[in-house]
Design a protein around this ligand. Structure first.
Ligand code: NAD
Length: 332
């Protein structure tokens, strides 16, 4: 298959692209290098470019005509939309950037897909859309109309827009609600990366919500398995998961939680880091930050029903793999 990936130099897209190339697919990627660490993104891209079946164009989602040209030229069977302004905490600092990338950018992509008509469009969404709505575990049928971060508001809007396009233009679409993804080549703005870097520098680490926030940390290789398994499972009209039948969905559209469903406290994540590094961190306990939810925990019944998968890499194992990569990559 030919697969087009937006945000291809990003953390998750890099891993997914590598797995698709290893499986014999052709991948065309685009990225604007506007993420949290453009240098790291360029290093990921350099590795992807070593593969003969990978091609790349530097492009911003805001450039609607160029985006259309790229997708028309690529004529992909599948589009994976992973580009985004990512991160909940930083979203109130520059909400306009989140609107441009996650809402207007997604709109441009949907317009291009309307013309190119891929067999399947998969869009990265986020556990943050569950906001303060329901008690976890969160199921795909839970309400998503009370986001607590602006990031979540934009991701939930992107989901809504994709439903409308799927309904109106018959674009089979799956929204992947990803839960705190971590692993080698991960994002430097995320907790695990920050903890490891600071501990290795001999600096204290800050634990928001006194370290009592619970996260459904999901190892990136597990996410790759889920995405690859979902790509051929194209939703048909009216085929949303059974629990939402009462909503009478008619579009070939669905949302799927992608997570390990084994949430741990942030303090437990820190213990795993300390065990991997063989050291004890100095900790500063701070209040919860704007945009933080207390607990993320996925109901993964739909993912398992669709794919037969259970994403089960234990956090200790995943953290050890991240630490090994970090030490080798930064030579510390
Ligand atoms: P990332 O920042 O590493 O990757 C996103 C990529 O998109 C970056 O390389 C960035 O340069 C690119 N990008 C941003 N704006 C762009 C634009 N306007 N045009 C073109 N490219 C643009 O983030 P990630 O962690 O790999 O996340 C990938 C997707 O998964 C995102 O949609 C994110 O919202 C979602 N997600 C991630 C997590 C997680 O824990 N990492 C959790 C939930 C959802």
């Amino acid at each position: 298959m030919k697969i087009a990936i937006t945000g291809a130099a990003g953390f998750i897209a890099f891993h997914v692209a590598r797995a698709l190339l290893a499986d014999g697919h052709a991948v065309s990627g685009m990225d604007s290098f506007t993420g949290h660490d453009p240098d790291l993104a360029r290093q990921r891209l350099a590795l992807l470019l070593e593969h003969p079946e990978f091609e790349f164009v530097q492009l911003d989602l805001s450039e609607a005509a160029d985006l259309q040209d790229w997708l028309t030229r690529t004529a992909p069977d599948v589009v994976l939309h992973l580009a985004a302004e990512a991160g909940a905490r930083t979203s109130f600092a520059d909400p306009g950037a989140y609107v441009r990338a996650n809402m207007i950018g997604t709109l441009h992509l949907l317009e291009a897909c309307r013309v190119v008509a891929p067999a399947h469009l998969l869009i990265a969404s986020s556990s943050s859309v569950y906001g303060a709505n329901e008690l976890p575990p969160s199921a795909e049928t839970d309400r998503t109309d009370f986001p607590v971060s602006f990031y979540a508001a934009t991701k939930s809007s992107a989901e809504s827009m994709s439903h409308a396009y799927s309904h109106a233009f018959d674009i089979p679409t799956t929204c992947l609600r990803l839960f705190t993804v971590y692993g080698p080549w991960g994002r430097p703005d995320m907790a695990l990366f920050t903890f490891v870097r600071l501990i290795l520098e001999g600096e204290p680490i800050e634990l928001y919500g006194d370290g009592q926030l619970m996260r459904d940390f999901t190892y990136v290789a597990d996410v790759v398995d889920a995405v690859l398994a979902l790509i051929p499972l194209t939703p048909a009209p009216g085929q949303a998961h059974p629990a939402s039948d009462s909503l009478s969905p008619v579009a070939p559209w669905r949302t799927v939680n992608v997570a390990g469903s084994q949430p741990v406290l942030v303090t437990e994540l820190v213990s795993a880091v300390e065990a991997s590094l063989g050291t004890v961190a100095e900790k500063v306990l701070l209040p919860r930050q704007q945009g933080d939810v207390v607990d993320t925990h996925a109901d993964v019944g739909l993912l398992t029903a669709l794919t037969g998968l259970k994403l089960q890499t234990p956090v200790g194992e995943g953290v050890a793999a991240f630490v090994e990569w970090h030490r080798a990559h930064y030579r510390v």
